[in-house]
Ligand binder design. Structure first.
Ligand SMILES: Nc1ncnc2c1ncn2[C@@H]1O[C@H](COP(=O)(O)OS(=O)(=O)O)[C@@H](OP(=O)(O)O)[C@H]1O
Length: 294
């Protein structure tokens, strides 16, 4: 890790985005309210997608809000510097937040609350590929020397927001909480409508069939790619150079097969087997990763 990054209780963070002081405040002093809703995920696992889905559910499927307000204002990032001012001045309830925090750094007050968290998990090889491309275009991040370098950093847990393995194990270890819904990116891809219904049930939000259809239609990859309030095109090119790699890049599962060699895939699976053997939730791709084959 370099001068661009800091380390807080074992988690690597971007110095430009947050600080140890903020992370300490969020963990220990920030008061979660019972009607707060959080979209939490390790980076590049579908956070932006969940923000769009939750925003649309909140507005009963009406796309006006998602087309006129940037996603970072609809659901501010809990741990980022720019959100701290908003927290002080007060946000209107119910508050909706996004976060990449691992469970051990998430606000302690969550455990005493009825606030709802939706935690999204993505196939780690696709997450790694997405992060690799994102690192080329986001000027605040270190550009990895090569895909191999990114892979080695991933396997060591030496990436922004720490180890993917620890992140997923930390949050899935909380699976029995009634106020935590765990979904995968692949479930969203396979059955977006079914997931929207599950999210509505989890939130206690009643939407009629037509409203659910509108949520689904407006949260598709194509519609989000075309929505400047969701595709980060409002972020200046000096920060995100989308000519290098668009934020809404491919939006598919299995792109890792175009990036990993057989040897890299087997090396990945070996580490996965060691670290994830006690995974406590059922995930469609888990058994594949527990094997040694490509
Ligand atoms: N609607 C929809 N459908 C399918 N895929 C989608 C959708 N919205 C976002 N994405 C893809 O999610 C990836 C970005 O993840 P995050 O939003 O978690 O990124 S970030 O950590 O907040 O920067 C990134 O994945 P890749 O395309 O593989 O790079 C986005 O394209």
């Amino acid at each position: 890790m370099t001068a661009k990054y800091g380390n807080h209780k074992g988690m690597c963070f971007l110095l430009l985005s947050t600080s140890s002081e903020i992370l300490t405040f969020i963990e220990n002093e920030f008061q979660v309210l019972d009607d707060d809703v959080f979209s939490v995920a390790y980076p590049k696992s579908g956070t932006t997608w969940m923000i769009e889905i939750l925003s649309l559910i909140r507005s009963d499927g009406d796309p006006h809000w998602i087309r006129t307000v940037p996603n970072w204002d609809r659901m501010p990032w809990l741990e980022l510097k720019e959100t701290q001012e908003k927290l002080k001045t007060g946000l209107q309830s119910p508050r909706f937040f996004a976060s990449h925090l691992p469970f051990y750094l998430f606000p302690k007050s969550f455990s005493r609350s009825q606030a709802k968290v939706i935690y999204t998990i993505r196939h780690p090889k696709d997450e790694l590929v997405s992060l690799y491309h994102f690192s080329q275009m986001h000027k605040f991040l270190e550009v990895p020397e090569s895909f191999e370098q990114e892979l080695q950093d991933f396997l060591k847990g030496d990436l922004i927001y720490g180890s993917w393995f620890d992140h997923v194990l930390g949050w899935t270890g909380e699976k029995d909480r009634a106020n935590l819904l765990i979904l995968t990116y692949e479930e969203l891809l396979k059955d977006l409508r079914g997931c929207v219904v599950r999210i509505c049930n989890f939130l206690g939000k009643e939407l009629d069939e037509a409203a659910i259809d509108k949520v689904v239609e407006n949260a598709t990859f194509k519609n989000m790619k075309d929505n400047k309030m969701a595709n980060y095109s409002l972020v200046p090119e000096e920060v995100m150079d989308q000519k290098k790699s668009p934020f809404m890049r491919k939006g598919i599962s299995g792109d890792w097969k175009n990036h990993f060699t057989v040897e890299q895939s087997e090396r990945f699976n070996k580490v996965y087997r060691e670290k994830m053997k006690d995974l406590s939730v059922k995930i469609s791709w888990h058994e594949d990763l527990m094997q040694s084959s490509f």
